[in-house]
Write a protein that binds this ligand. Structure first.
Ligand code: ATP
Ligand code: MG
Length: 762
């Protein structure tokens, strides 16, 4: 038996081996919270206090849960595959799959990613003739998700004026539409499973009896509904409730804008009668100067639970600060410093460039690209969100659940098969009239339109029939052929990349099947009847409860499971396993990660802290926590930079350097350029007041003309017939002569005449 405990310090050891009661581990960045949580799971199992099936562990990202399982398998001779370790979304999906009927969902319900959710809302507003200037689709979406995150259905939302009443009404209609289509959005996964457990007593008791230990990482970023979900799952307040082990850092609470409530930590302490509050103060990640900077900075926040960090690692290098004259020069400096780090032997994927807003990455990307340094941007377009992959997925979705209107509309006429706007209009009218899905409405459309639509239905049915007994990967192959997607892209001159991506879907399916245990010797997908007879438990009230130990393979078909994986993965904005490339990401996306060297860029008033924070209550404190997260990602080297001028949305902005510099300990810093006192000039002030959002544009001419004149802006995503998808990184010239530098990824950088090139906005 391995000694799991030998490399823990005394506080960590105490935390890992706490008795089975609820506990809160409150500790700063890099103090080993995640390590303690993982080790505790291993220790509980190894000492026979709980079986792997009695553990419920929640991580913040899919990647983190995979890592946790990998560590556990390394520590213990167990198969972690069936364990309930995942994100809130992943765990809820699993619960709903096992109990879809009790949850009022079709067995093949599908998950809408945010992109699909938004387009569904747009369609709904159009059908209802709602003015989308008055009710912008995004706002409607935020409203709906916000309500769900608080655990509120439309009926329970209090509308205080007409505008609000309309939003509530839209929320209700939206929910009805989702139900008809058999789709659930991300927030719904949570709300639906919460409602399922609170309504269904036998089911609730079953899980409460099963999970003896509930462990939650990054607890500071749970929202109200997640907290309520945890209470329910763990049987809080019951005599025999589970022991909940929460680890978190109030100083790293950075998702308030998404409904996270750091107050949950205090509530947890009270409501779970926490007797064991352990603080970890030894930091194992960062060198001294880096840690001092983090500590001194965060001490400026007033609302803190109070803790500190120390390290034995020695001071290390000072934090290097650079003042650039422009955003271009800032990018250049990052390149130079990275080059020398690499020359000193640093691995490229151990260098991270962090920024507050996504738009800032363009200039840096441009510079890296020109310098020939490989880089990887996280939170950019992910595999499952690429147009061609989404198309193929839509075909698969229709085979699994034909009532998913988003999927239907995406591919009904792609590749083109002569189904025009008029036919779709007729179809939509019929669907609305009968309150059914588009697919179901096809028989109601007469004439030529009806027969072309029918052809599409036959295509889907045919592919379904042909592939019904095939393994997942072959099923994907059938779809690629039957849909004619492959032929379509083959005929496209430069469709090679897309074909490659599509073919990758076959390998993705193969890998998924083996990773998730859908392989040959896995138990077959039983279907509801067999489940009831076989591995299901029937409660005293006659309610069927699928054995919670049942592997995923018995509660969902490989296809359903693969499709959920694609949607959940698409929603995960986190970094993936390193390639040999510089890592670019927002500060938000860097949470929980660590790198040898970190650049924090754009440290200017208005950008970081972000200007929106001035308006929100506690906004600046949240920005400071974000800065704390950024600083504490670094192990050995930390660089900070800012620029005197920056192009934002076609205008030059003159920035003051961030107030955060004045909150750092002078002794830890090394200014590479003179520290000049900044003063506002009247002109600077007005330039700064005008422009709300971050964007990056560094061309002199474009600066004068502004983006409106030419209809394009830097940072915009576009599609070109030959080169595929790309991003405008620079614009030069104006009016009819404007030309754009566009980064087409694999096809490289192209300079195209905007008047001539046929570009599509994405
Ligand atoms: P964050 O707040 O950023 O999520 P964390 O508190 O979860 O950080 P971990 O990621 O668990 O911290 O640990 C930080 C680093 O310190 C990791 O590389 C981890 O392996 C290492 N570490 C933790 N505890 C020890 C220890 N006792 N001895 C040596 N290294 C340790
Ligand atoms: Mg952690």
């Amino acid at each position: 038996m391995q000694n799991l405990l030998h490399n823990l310090n005394p506080e960590q050891l105490a935390a890992v081996t706490l008795p089975s009661q609820s506990a809160l581990i409150l500790a700063g960045a890099g103090s080993g919270k995640t390590r303690v949580l993982t080790t505790r799971i291993a220790w509980l199992i190894q000492t026979g206090q709980v079986s792997p099936s009695g553990i419920l562990a929640v991580t913040f990202t899919n990647k983190a849960s995979k890592e946790m399982m990998a560590r556990l398998s390394a520590m213990l001779p167990i198969n972690t595959r069936g364990m309930w370790i995942g994100t809130f979304h992943g765990l809820c999906n699993r619960l709903l799959r096992a109990h879809y009927r009790d949850a009022g969902l079709p067995q093949t319900f599908q998950i809408l990613d945010s992109q699909d959710q938004l387009s569904m809302i747009k369609r709904m507003l159009k059908t209802l003739n709602v003015d989308d200037e008055k009710y912008p689709p995004k706002n409607v979406m935020y409203f709906i998700n916000g309500a769900k995150d608080q655990g509120l259905r439309a009926q329970a939302v209090e509308a205080y004026d007409d505008y609000n009443r309309k939003l509530v009404e839209l929320y209700d209609i939206y929910d009805g539409q989702c139900q008809r289509e058999g789709v659930v959005d991300f927030a719904e996964l949570l709300l639906r499973s919460y409602e399922l457990l609170s309504r269904n007593q036998p089911l609730r008791e079953h899980y409460q009896a099963r999970f003896r230990h509930v462990l939650v990482d990054e607890f500071q970023d749970t929202n109200d509904l997640q907290y309520k979900w945890l209470k329910l799952m763990s049987g809080q307040g019951r005599e025999n409730g589970a022991a909940v082990f929460a680890v978190g850092d109030d100083d790293q609470s950075i998702y308030a804008f998404r409904g996270a409530n750091v107050g949950n930590m205090g509530a947890f302490e009270r409501e779970f009668a926490v007797q064991n509050l352990i603080k970890l103060e030894q930091n194992y990640r960062s060198h001294g100067h880096i840690l001092d900077s983090a500590n001194t900075l965060i001490a400026n926040n007033s609302k803190r639970l109070g803790k500190n960090l120390r390290t034995d690692a020695g001071h290390g290098e000072p934090v290097r600060i650079y003042e650039a004259s422009s955003d271009l020069q800032e990018a250049q400096w990052i390149i130079e410093e990275s080059k020398s780090l690499i020359a000193e032997g640093a691995a490229r994927n151990e260098i991270a460039v962090l920024y507050r807003s996504n738009a800032q990455s363009r200039v840096i990307e441009h510079a890296l690209f020109s310098a020939g340094i490989p880089y990887h941007v996280y939170g950019g377009q992910r595999y499952f969100q690429r147009a061609e992959v989404k198309h193929a997925i839509a075909y698969l979705q229709l085979m699994d659940n034909p009532h998913n209107d988003s999927a239907f509309l995406r591919v009904v006429n792609f590749p083109t098969r002569g189904i025009g706007a008029r036919a779709l209009e007729q179809l939509q009218d019929a669907a609305q009239q009968h309150r059914i899905s588009l697919y179901a409405a096809v028989p109601y459309v007469a004439g030529k339109a009806g027969s072309t639509l029918n052809g599409f239905v036959r295509l889907i049915e045919g592919a379904r029939f042909e592939s019904q007994h095939l393994p997942l990967a072959e099923m994907v192959q059938v779809v690629l052929d039957a849909s004619t997607l492959l032929t379509h892209y083959q005929n496209e001159k430069e469709g090679a990349d897309r074909i490659e991506n599509l073919e990758q879907l076959v390998s993705a399916a193969t890998l998924f099947v083996s990773e998730e245990g859908f392989g040959r010797d896995a138990p077959a997908f039983l279907g509801p009847k067999a489940q009831a007879a076989g591995s299901a438990i029937v409660s005293g009230d006659g309610i069927e409860i699928v054995d919670a130990d049942a592997p995923l393979a018995t509660v969902m078909s490989p296809l359903s499971a693969f499709l959920s994986h694609a949607s959940l993965e698409a929603g995960d904005n986190q970094a993936q396993a390193g390639q040999d490339a510089l890592q670019l990401m927002t500060v938000h996306a860097s949470k929980g990660l660590e790198f040898d060297a970190v650049f924090i860029t754009g440290l200017e008033e208005g950008l970081f802290p972000h200007e929106n924070s001035a308006l929100a209550e506690g906004g600046v404190e949240e920005e400071r926590r974000l800065m704390y997260v950024a600083i504490t990602r670094a192990r050995q080297r930390l660089y900070m930079c800012f620029a005197q001028t920056r192009m934002l949305h076609g205008q030059t902005r003159y920035h003051l350097r961030s107030r955060f510099f004045d909150e750092l300990p002078e002794a830890a810093l090394k200014w590479l350029s003179p520290k000049i006192a900044h003063h506002w000039s009247a002109a600077q002030k007005s330039a700064w007041d005008d422009v709300p959002e971050a964007g990056a544009n560094h061309n002199k001419v474009a600066r004068q003309i502004g983006h409106k004149d030419i209809g394009w802006r830097i940072g915009e995503s576009v599609a070109h017939q030959k080169f595929g998808e790309g991003v405008i990184v620079d614009i030069e010239g104006g009016g009819g002569n404007a030309r754009a530098h566009i980064n087409f990824g694999r096809h490289g950088m192209k300079l195209l005449d905007l008047g001539v090139a046929k570009l599509e906005k994405l």
